[in-house]
Design a protein around this ligand. Structure first.
Ligand code: PGA
Length: 245
């Protein structure tokens, strides 16, 4: 595990974007596992800027996103499909048929999950997986559980996740209660895992996940045993573990 300390959110975003850009430069046909949420926004902004300057080329890149709300059509302005178009894909030269996100509008759980696992396999697995971390320790939408769910599956979102995500909806009631998420297996099989975290609100869970016991009750804790795991976090998110690094 490697921990890279950033001064603040902008610094975290630039450092993480540098790691992703380096990955794409070194291997132009990389498979990137991408994440949504507030934390990666600055990374995507930076990558778009570098693309516009001609510094990074996404023409051969493939992406597989971590998750999608179940029951939300992709056109909905809070779908993760929409998020990715608006914040990244519309602004770079990635091919539309190289972009994969679980199909949230298909309510057939078995079909969606099988299709997505087949896709991850058919693209040859993930070279670099970008992750945020939920306040409850979730990665993707792998919520606290009694087991590490391996394949793509449908989850009931925890109260803590619904509470955290309500800021994006008109009301709490509108937040979908279920999501499709990539499982722990695909994440752990990624060649490299890059987690980003910022702000004091993440300090406690970062400490628990990365320095506590490995347990499905804190899904991110499994990353302690990944062979190439990098955390880029700002000072505030690292404030609980400063003594340890
Ligand atoms: P955030 O979400 O980036 O909006 O904090 C992280 C997550 O839920 O994975």
């Amino acid at each position: 595990m490697k921990i890279i300390r950033a001064e603040n959110y902008n610094d975290m975003s630039r450092k993480a974007a540098n790691i992703i850009a380096a990955q794409v430069i070194l291997k132009p046909d990389s498979v990137l596992g991408l994440a949504t949420g507030g934390t990666p926004l600055g990374i995507y902004k930076q990558l778009v800027e570098w693309y516009k300057k001609g510094d990074v080329d996404f023409s051969e890149v493939t992406t597989v996103n971590l998750d999608e709300y179940r029951g939300l059509p992709k056109e909905h302005n809070q779908s993760y499909w929409h998020f990715m178009q608006v914040n990244l894909f519309n602004h770079i030269n990635i091919k539309a048929n190289h972009v994969y996100i679980p199909n949230g509008s298909d309510m057939n759980i078995e079909r969606v999950c099988k299709e997505y696992d087949d896709i991850i396999q058919s693209v040859g697995g993930i070279d670099l997986q970008l992750l945020g971390i939920g306040n409850d320790g979730h990665i993707g939408f792998n919520e606290p559980s009694t087991v590490f769910e391996t394949g793509t599956h449908c989850v009931n979102l925890t109260e803590s996740t619904i509470e955290a995500n309500k800021r994006f909806f008109q009301s709490r009631e509108e937040v979908p209660k279920q999501a499709y998420t990539m499982g722990i297996k695909a994440i752990m099989q990624a060649e490299k895992v890059l987690m980003v975290a910022n702000g004091e609100s993440k300090a406690d869970i970062i400490k628990k996940a990365l320095f506590g016991p490995v347990t499905p009750e804190i899904p991110a804790s499994i990353l302690q045993i990944h062979h190439d795991f990098v955390l880029v976090a700002d000072k505030a998110a690292l404030s609980e573990i400063d003594v340890a690094i």
